[in-house]
Design a protein around this ligand. Structure first.
Ligand code: 3PG
Ligand code: MG
Length: 387
């Protein structure tokens, strides 16, 4: 894999895949811009070295449709503030018009393409689409560690048509994660939550082989509880993953599911909120957080840990009434003496809000990508840079 620093970028159109998939609040404002800030070293290096910089990213899951709230304008604005340079935004991410724009660019200029996932061809890894993206650059850089586990057109397709290099963030992530995944100190504890169940269930078999304790919360835990035949009421579950989940060794001693949960009839926080054992959840109730006994269990496991990594919230933390479990988990990890690694938009934004990032040893821009890398998978995006 060649580093960006080996590339001759002067006067070249450099097409950079970034992961600007930042969390938004219900007003469409960025709640945490860690992923944007993390890409600045690469952008600044390119500017300093006389490149014409073309940035591209996905944003949310518009699934091939143009979604107003997922346009890249908020990212453009934030980049402009940080770089103190004007960042022009293109109305699309492919096409002849944009191609001619890139040809008129001068060294030091920055063009931000519109959301890649407004075209379904991005996730389908369509090679004609990849070629159209590649037509916008002379050199390809991948600095989107957070998306390297997705075999999408901008990640694995475009680098087939241009000389590919790894960006500074990608290199830094790999270096930091390699430090702990090769011969880690033990016990090694993983905590996983959040909603992207399919990505995480697929990694669990490998993770169970690798870690000493695997602690699970969030929609991921709901899905596993349901697969085990327990009552989960109206809880959010990924039903398509139930069969896959049943194949896992769910009786492994390493595996820790919530022993108590916080439930309510809706997510508003206005209805009655109760704590109960999983399995006692009523048909009209939803699991929205982990309970205090589960937090204590987690704390006792973390006390002995030498390494801990965490991705994904433990419940519906967007409502503060159901954020207690996730906040407690963040505080326990921040207090622990273990080497700590945290990744993914939500976990990072919680730590920043609690002002605890300084207590964490490595903060990764990757969520699913970080887990996949730790699980020992060769990430498609990294593989694509080696050809
Ligand atoms: C992430 O948020 O983990 C990355 O940006 C990848 O996004 P995705 O899970 O929607 O593919
Ligand atoms: Mg995410």
């Amino acid at each position: 894999m060649r580093s960006l620093k080996d590339a001759k970028v002067k006067n070249k159109r450099v097409l950079v895949r970034c992961d600007f998939n930042v969390p938004l609040d219900d007003k469409g404002q960025i709640t945490d811009d860690f992923r944007i800030r993390s890409t600045l070293p690469t952008i600044n290096w390119l500017i300093k070295n006389g490149a014409k910089v073309i940035l591209m990213s996905h944003f949310g899951s518009p699934e091939g449709n143009i979604v107003e709230t997922l346009k890249m304008d908020v990212v453009q604005q934030r980049l402009t503030e940080y770089l103190d340079l004007s960042v022009v935004k293109a109305p699309d991410c492919v096409g002849k018009e944009i191609e001619s724009w890139t040809k008129e660019m001068k060294p030091g200029e920055i063009l931000l393409l519109e959301n890649l996932r407004f075209h379904k061809e991005e996730e389908e890894n369509d090679s004609r689409f990849a070629k159209k993206l590649a037509a916008l650059g002379d050199i390809y850089i991948n600095d989107a560690f957070g998306t390297c586990h997705r075999a999408h057109a901008s990640i694995v397709g475009a680098p087939k048509f241009l000389p590919p290099f790894a960006g500074l963030l990608l290199e830094k992530e790999i270096k930091s994660l390699n430090k702990i995944i090769k011969n880690p100190k033990r016990p090694l504890v993983a905590a996983m939550g959040g909603a992207k169940v399919s990505t995480k269930i697929k990694l669990m078999k490998e993770l169970l082989n690798y870690v000493d304790h695997l602690f699970v919360g969030g929609v991921l835990a709901n899905t596993i509880l349901k697969a085990k035949g327990m009552a989960v009421g109206k809880s959010k579950v990924d039903d398509e993953m139930i069969e896959e989940t049943k194949k896992l060794n769910l009786t492994s001693q390493k595996f820790h599911l919530p022993i108590d949960v916080v439930v309510s009839r809706d997510v508003s926080g206005e209805a009655q909120i109760t704590r109960m054992g999983p399995g006692s959840v009523g048909e009209d109730e939803l699991i929205l957080d982990i309970g205090p006994d589960t937090i204590k269990l987690f704390e006792s496991i973390v006390k002995r840990a030498k390494v801990i990594f965490w991705n994904g919230p433990m419940g519906y933390y967007e409502n503060e009434k159901f954020a207690k479990g996730t906040i407690a988990l963040a505080e326990i990890i921040a207090r622990s003496k273990a080497y700590s690694i945290i990744g993914g938009g939500d976990a990072v934004s919680i730590l920043e809000k609690l002002n605890l990032t300084k207590n964490i040893d490595h903060i990764s821009t990757g969520g699913g990508a970080m887990l996949a890398y730790i699980a020992g998978e060769e990430l498609p995006g990294i593989k694509a840079l080696k050809q």
